[in-house]
Design a protein around this ligand. Structure first.
Ligand SMILES: Nc1ncnc2c1ncn2[C@@H]1O[C@H](COP(=O)(O)OP(=O)(O)OP(=O)(O)O)[C@@H](O)[C@H]1O
Ligand SMILES: [Mg+2]
Length: 237
């Protein structure tokens, strides 16, 4: 169980404050408009914040933690690419000797044909799949994934969300997302942020209402469920 007792960032023009958030096993999606504080929250969880981080009390398995690298993998929203082959990149931060895991991840993320390419040569979505494989290679108990679905085509969005859901059966997976119907299809819990605050915390996707989403995004939105599938419409369309 990962618990944020309190986390406060202050950038001067923007403040983020979250408290008392509990993340057990499962896929926990964080929604919110641009600039609502989702990435700041993730950076705060791992303790990256410098003097802007005003308060931070994060616990894992009942103990207050300052550093998180022993148990947590973090995939930031933007990551620089290095001149490394796909194979090297995937095992850069993990046990490079685990060849069978690396092979199975190349297979899982359809990367075999790219394994000799450098990551600089890859398309945006191909690089995202490499980053997912790198995170999976680390085999940590908590995953923080910041907009991992962005830039992936429809096939790979579902492939990656299925992988996240599979990991979430035995791990804590926290994912910032913008694709609301995709999030509602796979999430175990949904949390909504706006202006650096949590508006809705840890509800089941079935309990997400039009009012919640309209409030979160400050536009009129309607949620419908057709044959069990979530649809989200902008009311002006
Ligand atoms: N290092 C920083 N210095 C100053 N302001 C910052 C810094 N990092 C983030 N901010 C500001 O904090 C606010 C929240 O940013 P954050 O990246 O957390 O938003 P977000 O919810 O992840 O948005 P997006 O959906 O666009 O990724 C923004 O207004 C941003 O400009
Ligand atoms: Mg962000």
């Amino acid at each position: 169980m990962l618990i944020i007792d309190t986390l406060e960032m202050d950038y001067g023009k923007f403040q983020m404050k979250v408290e008392n958030m509990h993340f057990g096993e499962g896929l926990h999606v964080i929604l919110g408009p641009n600039g609502s504080g989702k990435s700041s929250m993730m950076r705060g969880i791992i303790g990256y914040g410098g003097k802007e981080m005003k308060r931070r009390a994060v616990c894992y398995e009942g103990e207050r933690v300052l550093k998180t690298h022993r148990f947590l993998s973090y995939l930031p929203q933007n990551t620089p690419r290095f001149r490394l082959s796909v194979g090297q990149y995937i095992s850069l931060t993990a046990d490079a000797g685990n060849r069978s895991l690396q092979d199975s991840l190349l297979e899982r993320f359809d990367l075999h044909s790219l394994s000799e390419n450098t990551v600089e040569e890859l398309s945006g979505g191909e690089f995202k799949r490499v980053q997912c494989a790198q995170v999976a290679m680390e085999q940590k108990a908590v995953l923080l994934l910041d907009e991992v679905e962005q830039g992936l085509d429809l096939k790979y969005q579902h492939r990656i969300l299925k992988w996240m859901k599979g990991e979430a059966a035995k791990k804590t997976v926290i994912a910032n997302m913008h694709d609301v119907p995709l999030a509602m299809t796979y999430a175990d819990t949904m949390t909504m942020m706006r202006d650096g605050k949590v508006l809705v915390q840890g509800v089941s996707p079935e309990d997400v209402t039009s009012e919640m989403l309209s409030d979160c995004y400050s536009i009129p939105l309607t949620v419908e469920r057709r044959e069990g599938r979530p649809w989200v419409f902008h009311d002006a369309l």
